[in-house]
Design a protein. Structure first.
Length: 166
């Protein structure tokens, strides 16, 4: 039975170079404007939930309607700058996350195709080794070590690879 090829694609060298150039351009624009928090800092600052975004939106609306109610130590210009930039960054994050997920999903299908084909090849080599095909035993012995061994100690010369379905 032929294997299903879940995905078939390739990038040209020009496409890979263009992608890398664009990524380098993005990194260059973000340099000095973004931060990397530690895991502890991420836990400390957390993330703003949708309900809290509504609070921020409502507070901003009222601050602009009632500027005399704003505490003197609160800088509305800075608040508005942070607000605007947060919305811009949020849109960029969604776009980047979408692209990242597409790449991860594509890689998942490519990995699946590669692994399925590798198992098919391994099963064929195992069969050929059993039929004493010249050289197949060497390849089979080299590949079988990549599979989990059973917990029981193998007897000398015993094949201990996990059973791979044919």
């Amino acid at each position: 039975m032929a294997l299903d090829n879940l995905i078939s694609l390739e990038f040209t060298q020009e496409e890979l170079e263009a992608l890398q150039q664009h990524l380098n351009g993005i990194k260059s624009i973000l340099k000095g404007k973004t931060v990397n928090l530690t895991a502890e800092e991420r836990g400390q600052y957390g993330s703003i939930a949708n309900q809290n975004k509504l609070l921020v939106d409502k507070a901003r609306e009222y601050m602009h309607k009632h500027p005399n109610w704003i505490p003197r130590f609160l800088d509305l210009v800075e608040f508005d700058r942070d607000y605007k930039t947060r919305k811009e960054v949020e849109g960029l994050v969604k776009d980047v996350q979408n692209l990242a997920q597409q790449l991860v999903d594509t890689k998942t299908l490519l990995d699946h195709d590669n692994y399925s084909n590798a198992l098919t090849f391994y099963r064929m080599v195992r069969y050929l080794a059993g039929e004493n095909e010249p050289g197949a035993g060497t390849v089979y012995n080299d590949m079988k070590v990549l599979f989990k061994k059973s917990k029981a100690q193998p007897e000398e010369g015993e094949d201990t690879t996990t059973d791979i379905p044919m």
